[in-house]
Design a protein around this ligand. Structure first.
Ligand SMILES: [Fe+2]
Length: 328
């Protein structure tokens, strides 16, 4: 993340921080430079980290020092039930833990993905659109934790951006808040991939209406803080009860509002071993492209923890959630 700039967030007052917390944006995001999570944490320490996550939405831990995938999964379990991939694409590396999602630019042979690899390139482009992990699932994703194994050389790109959707909601005109307060967005994994690579043969003849859809409130409450947020991700295809084009227009308008530069922070990855955790029920994120693509290895691994808040299942059937697809 960029250098510390501004005032600490008010609600951090009164908490006895065992480590320095550096805010990285006027309204959200922080880093904890001295925190090493490879060591066992007390319940109090973990609760403190979780409290920061709820308050700031994004927490960078540059010296996380997790030694391996297993410790990454174990730390993630402290937040709740960790998602498992049900299906490993033959175009991805075979990583040993089903809980670890491969967010690298490496193919099944551990080689750098090249432009001709359409499936992988489409997924990479899909991740560069604003989204919340797992919004296309009937049960949402709560925490994501991304860990840098091997970063490309500095200055070759690969930053991760975050958008503060709680503040973006708060700043909307009252009239707009009233207009959207009870709306439901319909999310589709396919939709994100189609807009990422619209001309691809992969999507010819496919319609989002023939594939799984998930219904989530457009303005869910972030339960730990009680603050509403704008759940407008690039998986959101339309709005229930509105004509398709009208819903798309509203989604676009809200997305543009929520991702204005004033609501965005750009995280610059510093060193291998760094980890960033974020709350998908409070912020959006996206990968950014860069000169490293097709040239340098970028090995990133991620876990996702399922949401257990009252908004977790949106308006979906909880039974369907048992068969939900992988997170992305
Ligand atoms: Fe993501």
């Amino acid at each position: 993340m960029s250098t510390a700039t501004t005032t600490a967030i008010e609600s951090s007052k009164g908490i006895d921080f065992p480590y320095e917390v550096v805010p990285v944006h006027p309204k959200f995001g922080c880093r904890i430079p001295d925190l090493d999570i490879s060591k066992p944490l007390s319940e109090q320490e973990f609760n403190w980290i979780r409290g920061l996550l709820h308050q700031y939405g994004v927490v960078a831990i540059p010296n996380a020092n997790l030694p391996d995938d297993e410790s990454h999964v174990n730390f993630s379990r402290l937040f709740g039930e960790v998602e498992k991939s049900r299906f490993r694409s033959p175009h991805m590396r075979s990583l040993p833990f089903a809980e670890i999602f491969d967010i690298s630019n490496l193919d099944e042979n551990d080689e750098i993905v090249m432009p001709g690899n359409e499936k992988r390139i489409t997924a990479i482009r899909g991740n560069s659109l604003w989204h919340a992990d797992g919004s296309f699932n009937p049960r949402r994703t709560y925490v994501s934790m991304l860990r840098a194994i091997e970063l490309p050389p500095k200055g070759t790109g690969g930053e991760t951006e975050f958008a503060d959707t709680r503040q973006a909601y708060e700043d909307l005109p009252e009239e707009k808040k009233l207009q959207i307060k009870d709306l439901v967005a319909v999310h589709s994994f396919l939709h994100n991939r189609q807009i990422a690579n619209p001309d691809s043969e992969l999507f010819k003849g496919r319609s989002v209406f023939d594939e799984p859809l998930a219904r989530h409130k457009l303005v869910p409450i972030h339960e730990p803080t009680g603050r509403p947020m704008l759940y407008v991700t690039s998986y959101a295809h339309h709005i229930e009860g509105l004509a398709i084009e009208e819903g798309k227009k509203l989604l676009k308008e809200l997305m543009e509002h929520a991702t204005q530069p004033k609501y965005v922070l750009r995280h610059q990855w510093q060193n291998n071993g760094e980890a960033v955790i974020w709350d998908n029920t409070a912020v959006l994120h996206r990968a950014t492209p860069g000169g490293y693509e097709g040239k340098y290895r970028r090995d990133m691994r991620r876990t996702c923890v399922m949401d257990s808040s009252t908004e977790a299942y949106g308006l979906n059937n909880q039974e369907e959630a048992k068969n939900q697809r992988n997170s992305s």
